[in-house]
Ligand binder design. Structure first.
Ligand code: 26W
Length: 772
């Protein structure tokens, strides 16, 4: 019924977009981490109450029904979830913005914990069909891989003939993206890879041909088969390059096809179309658009380059060296011969331009060349081929300008800008925390829903005892819900009055789950020594997936689970601390956990976390942050003030200075801190029950590999901050005041604010009103 209800509006939206020929933005992303969308679709259409009531009359519980929807996990973490929040905001603001991505048959693996270790299972999310997708076979296009390119001069013009390629049919599956309180329905177009020949044709072949045809079919289908489960780590696999070109080429072709229907000359493309690339993963959009403009539209290089760079813009999401994509030239050339020639030409022209216009020396080119050392540097391609480059939090953008992309910033300062991330308050507050949403409505009215900045109006109730009690009751209710989930799923009893201290995110060395664990081990050691030790009872909650090939991250999961087992059963410490690892972190699980958190752990090594968005979800739900001055934590601190957050540890500048000096002296820190000595030895001396040599690798990574992420260096400051936090929690009135303060200031972290900035500063697009 909801599908039908949406369908008419969807058609209408497309009709208006065509008739008004408004500029459209296409957000190209390898990942869209949508989660379930039935409930948000009901919220956005305004049908939630009606449906809930109607279903109740039929004896059906909506919440139970919602569980039937697969949790679309077509993303790894922050980058993919950001893309989903952005789609929601574009539709809510009535902006003509669409998503372009891949219809992976298998999303991010399902995580099970077996014998305290992560086990991966395939996420067969499409097995029962997906109610929200519409296959558009008539809009299919062809994408070509491999083969050779013949260069010929015809009538004085160079032409390129591509032959011997393997062709893949790209079929779009469209998912409607529904605006809140308006009639806008935008499109997320996910491309599926299919063989060119229809399947039944296979039967017609003779035996040899038949096998070849089956082989071809399998080769093709691999392209959109699975989402790579690596987060912030580039494996450089050729199938991943194929995935990138597959959806980018299909997406650009379909944009051009649509544009040409307007009848406008191709020279006006950049006035009607913006293409945004979500990190470098879709950066082949730059040479692909060039290819179409040059080879198919017959434009000159200069005209094509002008259009391309005015059309494309790029967001960087990470400065981690191992996450920056560099494709081996040989592989790139074999897979995409024509695209390679174009990248080569872009590189040649850009380097020449810099040499002649900027009087720089040949050696300086190394810092900006797109092709160097046998690799294609995709970040360089993305910067050179787009008119806007943005970071995702103020400090991250500064690091881009001063360090990672410094030579480019010198050459083109005007290209660089910041767009601090955001989260959709419709999912992360209204949907996830209906109790808080209701309380806010009753207190300050419903204005904040359309204008999340209006959350500031609750600040006047910051010291109102009655309001504080209501806030406390909402939190208590949410904590009880989580506690009962944990009881049902794991048989573990946790006290809803304890501090719920939560770290949920991908498991990664730079995010420093280990620092959190070390604090827990230290507390445990103190409690074992003195069971009467006066601490506020705490439950430490973790969730997150490790990349299947990331050994250290998997050891961290194992350590958390082994400690949980030991601590939760230890009668000596009398339930003062508990540890829980929630398996299979997903969007839906996040919706249960964020509203129940008292403490938000945002403890990455400063400079490493580009922004973080979980930090914003916690804040909006009234949790207090303990964190480093990294990513958006810096802006959260500026928003709430130092009194309403627990900041500790090295600053980004200090971290980078240490890196320049080759690190810090780990052994000095170790030798001076008895707590650390104890904890580290416990990792390898059998103190963690069941583990003997088990955690030697973690131990070594800290002591013999220079503690790359400053876990030991920040330990003492972290423990001090945790002690302050423990004290602060004892003063419930003060704590609730801070909690309210966090909620009040969370409006700027709505993705509506982020998207408005993108629309105004980068895309130059305007809202389009869709009549009812
Ligand atoms: C090539 C392998 C690979 C895969 C994923 C490299 C890099 C990525 C992503 C860029 C990792 C990612 O999700 N980055 C996160 O992006 C969020 C949204 O901007 C930020 O909030 C996080 O800080 C950043 O880690």
């Amino acid at each position: 019924m909801i599908r039908d209800y949406i369908s008419a509006r969807w058609i209408k939206t497309n009709k208006v977009y065509t008739e008004t020929s408004e500029k459209q933005v296409y957000y190209f992303s390898m990942e869209f981490l949508l989660g379930r969308i039935l409930n948000t679709n009901l919220i956005n259409t305004g049908l939630l109450d009606t449906c809930q009531t109607a279903l109740a009359e039929l004896g059906i519980d909506l919440a139970g029904l919602e569980q039937q929807e697969p949790d679309a996990g077509l993303g790894n973490g922050g980058l993919g979830r950001l893309a989903a929040c952005f789609l929601d905001s574009m539709a809510a603001l009535g902006l003509p913005g669409h998503g372009t991505g891949i219809r992976y048959k298998y999303g991010l693996f399902e995580q099970r914990i077996v014998d305290q270790q992560q086990v991966e299972l395939p996420d067969n999310w499409l097995k029962d069909g997906y109610i929200w997708e519409y296959r558009k076979a008539d809009k299919a296009v062809t994408v070509k891989f491999g083969g050779t390119v013949q260069m010929r001069r015809i009538n004085g013009r160079l032409t390129f003939e591509h032959s011997g390629f393997e062709a893949v049919r790209a079929v779009p599956y469209d998912v409607p993206i529904i605006g809140y309180g308006n009639n806008t329905v935008n499109t997320l177009r996910l491309w599926n890879a299919e063989p060119i020949q229809a399947e039944f044709d296979l039967a017609c072949f003779n035996r040899g041909e038949y096998l070849k045809a089956v082989e071809y079919k399998h080769w093709v289908e691999r392209v959109s088969m699975i989402l790579y489960p690596d987060d912030n780590y580039d494996e450089g696999r050729s199938l991943r390059l194929r995935q990138q070109y597959f959806f980018v080429s299909a997406g650009v072709q379909s944009i051009i096809r649509r544009f040409k229907k307007t009848g406008l000359p191709i020279r006006q493309l950049a006035d009607k179309v913006a293409i945004h690339i979500n990190d470098t993963h879709p950066a082949v959009a730059i040479p692909e658009l060039m290819r179409i403009l040059l080879d198919e539209e017959g434009l000159s290089w200069d005209a094509a380059w002008d259009i391309t760079t005015r059309t494309v813009s790029y967001t960087n999401h990470t400065i981690m060296p191992e996450a920056l994509e560099k494709w081996p030239e040989v592989m790139f050339k074999a897979q995409l011969p024509r695209i390679y020639l174009i990248v080569e030409e872009i590189n040649k022209r850009y380097c020449n331009e810099v040499l002649t216009k900027c009087f720089c020396r040949q050696e300086q080119l190394a810092g900006i060349a797109i092709i160097a050392g046998g690799n294609i540097n995709m970040a360089h391609l993305a910067v050179v081929g787009s008119h806007s480059v943005n970071g995702v939090a103020a400090i991250h953008t500064e690091i881009l300008k001063k360090h990672l992309l410094q030579p480019f910033y010198q050459l083109h300062p005007g290209k660089f800008n910041n767009k601090t991330n955001g989260i959709t308050h419709r999912r992360w507050l209204i949907k996830a925390n209906p109790g808080l949403a209701r309380l806010l409505n009753d207190t300050i009215g419903e204005c904040w829903i359309k204008h999340p900045g209006d959350l500031i109006n609750v600040l006047q109730y910051r010291d109102d005892p009655a309001f504080k009690q209501q806030i406390a009751a909402v939190k208590q209710h949410n904590k009880a819900l989580l506690a009962s989930y944990i009881k049902n799923k794991y048989g573990l009893t946790i006290d809803p009055c304890a501090i719920f201290d939560v770290q949920i995110k991908r498991i990664h060395a730079y995010k420093r789950q280990l620092l959190n664990i070390f604090h827990i081990m230290d507390l445990y050691n103190r409690l074992r020594q003195d069971p009467a030790c006066d601490i506020v009872p705490r439950t430490f909650i973790f969730a997150g997936k490790a990349a299947p090939g990331y050994y250290i991250a998997k050891q961290v999961i194992k350590l958390i689970n082994m400690l949980a087992e030991q601590i939760n059963r230890d009668p000596v410490i009398r339930e003062k601390i508990k540890v829980v690892f929630l398996e299979n972190y997903s969007v839906s699980l996040g919706e249960l956990v964020f509203p129940a958190a008292d403490v938000s752990e945002q403890i990455s090594t400063a400079s490493k976390e580009a922004s973080g968005t979980g930090n914003m979800k916690f804040m909006m739900n009234g949790a207090l942050t303990i964190g480093t001055l990294d990513g958006a934590n810096v802006e959260i601190k500026n928003a709430v003030g130092a009194e309403n957050i627990f900041i500790f540890g090295l600053t980004a500048e200090e971290v980078m200075t240490f890196y320049r000096q080759g690190g810090y002296s780990v052994w000095d820190v170790y030798n001076k801190d008895e707590r650390l000595k104890t904890i580290l030895n416990q990792l390898i001396n059998g103190s963690v029950r069941g583990a003997q040599e088990e955690f030697r690798s973690l131990y070594d990574s800290l002591l013999y590999n220079n503690d790359e992420y400053f876990v030991l260096k920040d330990f003492s400051a972290y423990v001090d901050a945790q002690t302050l936090l423990d004290n602060a929690f004892r003063d419930q009135a003060g704590w609730l005041g801070s909690s309210i303060h966090n909620i009040a200031k969370a409006g700027i972290f709505s993705s509506d604010r982020s998207i408005r900035e993108y629309a105004d500063d980068i895309w130059k697009i305007r809202p389009v009103i869709i009549p009812g």
